[in-house]
Design a protein. Sequence first.
Length: 94
Amino acid sequence: MIYQKLHMQEKGGSHMKARIIGIEEINFKNQVGEVISGTNIFIAYENPNTEGLRCDKVFLKEEINLPADVRPNELVEIYFNMRGKAEKVEKISK
């Protein structure tokens, strides 16, 4: 079962529970020559405005570690800063 979307935290950020459906390591140069490295995680979660599940991609900067034991089809808690950027991912124990 997938859980609810975003919940507000005390510091103004938010977090959500989601199921990992894909993981993609990325490393490329953008149009101005900057190296972009990190991980895209593809997630599914319940949304009150969606029949079924909603799917999104979340980018994790290189310094944000996805727990090494997280695999597709596992539940995670994703924490976001006030600007909506992911800052932490934790595996949810069953």
